[in-house]
Structures are given as C-alpha cells and as structure tokens.
Design a protein around this ligand. Structure first.
Ligand code: PHB
Ligand code: FE
Length: 322
C-alpha cells in the first residue's frame, strides 16, 4: 500500500488494482490474454456502492457497482469481477473474475472505504443531505461508515430487541416525512403475553431513518425478513438476485430498471406508485430511482439453502407461474 499524489492509498486484491484521484475511482486488471484494462467510476458513486457491499456483508447474490464491476456472494467466499456480467465485455474476452475468502475482500474493502471517504461525505446519506465526495484526501468519516446495521431479532420495540427510533437516540424525523404521525398503537396483551403480543408504528419508524437505500430488519419470522427502507435518489448498486424478492411501495414512487442478471440486457421498466407491489425474479438485476424520499418494504426469503435449491431447479426463479 502506498499513498498517491492526491493523498489516497492504492489498493490491490489479487490481480485487481484500485486507485482514487480527486474525482474518480480507477480499477485496473489484466485480461487472460495479457491486455491491461481499466475502468473508471465517479468517486461518489463508487463509495456509495462500496458502502452497501461492506455494510450488507456482500448481500444476496450480485452487487454490481455499475455495468462493469461488482461482487458475487458465495457466503464464505466472494467473487470480484470486471466485465464478467457485461454481455459485450464477456463476448470480447476482456473480463476477469477472481474469488477471495470473504474475510480478505472485506478487510480490503473496509480499508478502502475508510481511506477514500473524506470528512463531510456520508455514502449512506441522500446527495442533498451530505457534502461532496470529491477533492484531495481530507480527513475521514469513520463514524458514518461503520454504523451498525439495524437488525431486529423478532420485532422492533420488543424487549431485548431493536429499539424504536427517537429524537433522543439521534433519529429525528426526516424533512420529507414531517407529516407522518408519530403516535404508537395501543397494546392490551393478556398477562403473561406482554413479550408476545406486539405492534409499532412502522411509518413513524421509517420517517426517522437517517440513511437511504439501507434496508433494516423490522420483523423476522423464521426466514421471512421484513426489510423496509427509505429511498431517495438512486440505489447505488444494481442488485442481481439469487432468489425472488418482493417490493411493496408504501409511499411516493420508485422507477426500476430491470435487466438480465448475466448480461445486463434491459428487460423491463417498472414504475411503482404508493400501494403497488412487485416481485423481482431470481434471473434479473434491478436498480431503483426515487425522485423524492419514499418508503419501500423489501421482503426477503433469508433461507440459507434457497440459493442452492434454485440452482438445482428445486425452487422456482419466479414467485408465480401463470
Ligand atoms: C434491492 O436490491 O432489492 C434493494 C436494495 C436496497 C434497497 C432497496 C432494494 O434499499
Ligand atoms: Fe434486490
């Protein structure tokens, strides 16, 4: 590792190189036939994607940073690729994919995220709510890039579980949700069932989210994970599913670009307005655009065996067949 003339450290993972300057992240690799390749991303877009990949432990399946580079989670190891899921680059033979133990790629990504994120830039914040990612190396923002993921064990607000968000806990209501009622439902459980019968104001909880495009777990029943999130601007990754996932647009609207998971070839535009539901099949990749901060419920099947059942053809890639 060394520091370049812009003040940033260079990084390496296998045969991939990473360097940042004032505006861009540059990724380098060598093709199988020995050609040197490079790819450039805006530093802000790169850091927003890197932030999600790190915070979500490489997520479910594919995390495309853009149409060229990204990662595939194999749950104990992770593939890092350039061009491997871009139909044109793959056909031209200029792609590269290498596999790393999860601990190794995580450690390098965490160091890169910390070194390349300047003070005042929060990769989880909406662009209107944070400073610029650009310029020479300028301090750090370690507290904002090491937020603990908010994962309920059973349900938000239960005893020994994820607490409700409040002003006192540093979670004020967002500017876009000033009209969201903040009262809580009345609970009247029979004696002995106080820790079993439960309810909370989900809209109130979401109105106090400090981040965007970062699903939390608000209820968990076996492998059924309710993962609501507040969205503003662009989902910083293009997610390639390894399972079906459901979206319920709870407020406002999100426009989705859906494409083929392996090639990126466009498949569909899905315009979701408040009250709409959609399911993303396991063969697609998708990226959402939220013109105004909105509330989205992502419903995940967290079964650790599901991805292998789909690979073996035992579970379907689609939620329903007509
Ligand atoms: C998704 O990839 O399905 C996804 C990820 C993060 C969000 C919303 C959707 O905030
Ligand atoms: Fe997804």
């Amino acid at each position: 590792m060394s520091t370049n003339q812009h003040g940033y450290q260079d990084f390496q993972l296998g045969s991939f190189t990473f360097r940042r300057d004032e505006y861009f992240a540059h990724i380098g690799w060598t093709t199988k036939s020995g050609k040197p390749m490079s790819h450039t991303m805006d530093a802000g877009n790169y850091l927003r994607a890197l932030m999600r990949d790190v915070a979500w432990g490489f997520f479910y399946g594919w995390v495309n940073f853009d149409n060229v580079i990204g990662t595939v989670n194999h749950y104990e190891s992770v593939d890092l690729y350039a061009g491997s899921y871009n139909g044109t680059m793959k056909e031209a033979g200029i792609d590269l994919l290498e596999n790393f133990p999860t601990a190794q790629i995580r450690a390098t990504f965490e160091q890169m995220l910390d070194d390349w994120t300047n003070e005042g830039f929060d990769p989880f914040a909406a662009p209107l709510e944070t400073g610029s990612p650009h310029g020479r190396k300028r301090g750090n923002n370690t507290a904002k890039i090491t937020r603990a993921r908010e994962l309920a064990k059973r349900c938000v607000g239960l005893k020994d579980d994820l607490p409700l968000r409040t002003d006192e806990r540093g979670a004020p209501v967002n500017r876009a949700f000033a009209d969201v009622p903040q009262d809580q439902p009345e609970l009247h459980p029979e004696p002995g069932f106080e820790n079993e019968v439960h309810a909370f104001n989900l809209f109130g909880f979401l109105s106090r989210s400090q981040v965007t495009w970062n699903p939390s777990f608000t209820s968990v029943v076996k492998y059924s994970f309710m993962c609501p999130t507040t969205e503003e601007h662009i989902l910083p990754i293009i997610h390639g599913n390894d399972r079906v996932e459901w979206f319920f647009q709870m407020t406002d609207e999100i426009h989705w670009d859906c494409g083929d998971k392996n090639t990126g070839k466009p498949l569909a535009r899905v315009i979701m307005k408040a009250g709409d539901m959609a399911a993303m099949p396991a063969y697609c990749r998708h990226q959402g655009y939220s013109p105004k901060r909105s509330m989205l419920l992502v419903w995940e099947n967290g079964s650790p065996t599901l991805v292998f059942e789909i690979q073996k053809g035992e579970s379907p890639e689609v939620p329903v067949k007509f």
